[in-house]
Design a protein around this ligand. Sequence first.
Ligand SMILES: Nc1ncnc2c1ncn2[C@@H]1O[C@H](COP(=O)(O)OP(=O)(O)OP(=O)(O)O)[C@@H](O)[C@H]1O
Length: 228
Amino acid sequence: MIVLKNVSKRYKSDVMALSNINLKIDKGEFVFLVGPSGAGKSTLVKMLLKEIEPTQGRIIIDNQNITNIHRRKVPYLRRKIGVVFQDFRLLPNNTVYENVAFAMEIVEATPKEIRRNVPTILSLVGLSKKAKSYPEQLSGGEQQRVSIARAIINNPPVLIADEPTGNLDPETSWEIMRLLRQINRRGTTVVMATHAKDIVDMMQQRVIALENGLIVRDEKRGGYGYED
Ligand SMILES: Nc1ncnc2c1ncn2[C@@H]1O[C@H](COP(=O)(O)OP(=O)(O)OP(=O)(O)O)[C@@H](O)[C@H]1O
């Protein structure tokens, strides 16, 4: 599903953020990406989203080499990869419904498809009753649910979550984790970069640890492995 072949990233500052990374993530896996600050997690996530380009190597997602696709085609990549961030990134002047519908409009879904799919996905994330609310009227956990709904509305094979529980209290974090696991069980490959030790330790999923731009650990059912 996701393959990295000899991927390196050197920033202009000459920082080697990733060095010759080889990695394979299969369809339906749930993978935690861990490692100390500066290890290269965000760099890896940004490359999967094609926000930045690798200096070397190839990245293949869902059988497509994304390394050499044209800038213009990048929006289409969003059909393959949904993304969730720590800070939700919702449109503040749009309702919950509109925030999710917007993601379908971008990929030119028909109004009929939008009317059919948005309520279904809002029900999946438990927010049917909040469809008409604005982001500022929601709790952090609810905002993250909207962001997850938006990320999966176009049914991408891959969901990337970059510190999705970073702004949430422990209980709300677990609710979000239950939702991500539920989405994963429906067949979506989930890659989650995180510093949340308790969550990683409890979930017992595949753990890939990066340090100084290198994969130093890749365990099928691992723990966080650091003290912070
Ligand atoms: N735009 C940039 N220009 C130059 N160097 C950068 C840039 N972005 C990141 N770096 C450097 O690349 C290395 C990897 O950074 P990255 O943000 O990928 O780490 P991280 O594992 O995501 O850290 P954190 O857990 O703090 O988010 C660090 O040394 C960082 O300083």
